[in-house]
Write a protein that binds this ligand. Structure first.
Ligand SMILES: Cc1ncc(COP(=O)(O)O)c(C=O)c1O
Length: 373
């Protein structure tokens, strides 16, 4: 079955007891047992599992081609559950421009968990091999990366990590499984901030992990989720599941528009550089072509006249909404260093765009007037 069809159907069939075509939201926090104390339908308590979350996890597994998935309350909770499941003394390799809050987490929490971290320019061939140690237990990849849209060769990185027996996690938030399937390229676990494209409407926070195998590692991470409690609520699970139904059409449409916007920005005299893997000038273009079916809805670009000019341009947009986040139906614009705050390593002249579902001509006109025609 093709992924577009999976996105529409995975996780639910018409309910024989009611005939409902859309899935129900089960808000119950607790579940009944029979006279012998056995759970009536497999569930016991909402933090352990619940029927609406089950539907979402089944759909996520099918979309990413994994054996099992776990839904979380946020993308941060999902990613850090993998770190929390590592034994003390483990070394973790992360991309130099990993999503900034994970960098903050590695700085502020890894030491207390007994973990060490090395930040590496993983888009550079060979950089990963030099950073691997016998105690490296996790290699964290993010491609395209946030906010510089760097591309990492996922298959080559997974092969290098496997040589030291490290787990490979890929943050697939920017691409979504419609455009890139890391488990097919050798990753062990895929991470999503479902707050973004998966939810798709800027109205739900969530995170997810999809595992290539439902083995020991899956069980350890599930234990972290159950005991530390960063689980998704039934209502949020339902909203993400609803978002998945239109994911394929949104991801492809948004990619096409982003491709056109990136090309127009590259030709604009006020723009010194565009970071978009679909442009042949992008250093990761060939790798992106190999591992992605389209290049995604995210673009970042540098304003030639510097930081103040970038901030002014963001302030002049009328159609783009000035806000952080991504993957929603409305296009967003932000001065990235301002959004990230003091922990930011984003260049001051960098503007980040999330392309939504508006007509491309309206978006192009807004950018043209904001940058000064
Ligand atoms: C690539 C990426 N991963 C993870 C996250 C974290 O997700 P959340 O904000 O749901 O915790 C974000 C948030 O922006 C992100 O952009």
């Amino acid at each position: 079955m093709r992924i577009e069809t999976v996105a529409v159907h995975a996780g639910f069939t018409v309910d024989p007891s009611t005939g409902a075509v859309a899935p129900p939201i089960h808000l119950s926090t607790t579940f009944g047992r029979d006279e012998a104390g056995r759970p009536l339908a497999g569930h016991t308590y909402v933090r352990e599992s619940n029927p609406t979350q089950d539907l979402l996890e089944e759909a996520l597994s099918r979309l990413e081609g994994g054996e099992a998935a776990l839904a979380f309350g946020s993308g941060m909770a999902a990613g850090l559950a993998v770190a929390q499941a590592l034994p003390p003394g483990s070394h973790v390799v992360l991309p130099e421009d990993v999503y900034y809050a994970y960098r903050v987490a590695a700085r502020d929490f890894f030491p207390a968990w007994g973990l060490t971290a090395t930040f590496v320019p993983l888009d550079q061939p060979g950089a990963l091999s030099g950073a691997l140690r016998p105690e490296t237990r996790l290699v964290w990849l993010e491609s395209p990366s946030n906010p510089l849209l760097k591309i990492t060769d996922l298959a080559a990185s997974a092969a290098a990590a496997r040589e030291v027996g490290a787990l490979v996690l890929v943050d697939n938030t920017f691409a979504t499984p419609i455009l890139q399937r890391p488990l097919d390229l050798g990753a062990d676990v895929v991470l999503h901030a479902t707050t973004k494209g998966m939810g798709g409407h800027s109205d739900v926070q969530g995170g997810a992990l999809v595992f290539s195998r439902k083995g020991d590692h899956f069980e350890k991470v599930r234990h972290v989720r159950t005991i530390l409690g960063a689980v998704a609520s039934p209502f949020n699970s339902w909203l993400v599941l609803r978002g998945l139904r239109t994911l394929a059409v949104r991801a492809r449409f948004q990619s096409e528009t982003a491709f056109a916007v990136a090309g127009a920005l590259a030709a604009h005299p006020a723009v010194s550089k565009v970071n978009y893997p679909g442009l042949p000038s992008h250093p990761g273009h060939d790798t992106a072509r190999r591992q992605m079916s389209a290049f995604g809805s995210m673009i970042s670009f540098h304003v030639g006249a510097g930081t103040e000019a970038a901030i002014r341009a963001v302030g002049r947009t009328r159609l783009f909404t000035r806000a952080t986040s991504l993957g929603g139906v409305e296009s967003l614009v932000e001065h990235r260093a301002t959004s990230e705050g003091p922990a930011s390593t984003a260049p001051g002249d960098l503007i980040r765009l999330s392309i939504g579902l508006e007509h491309r001509d309206d978006l192009l006109a807004d950018l043209a007037q904001a940058l000064g025609d």
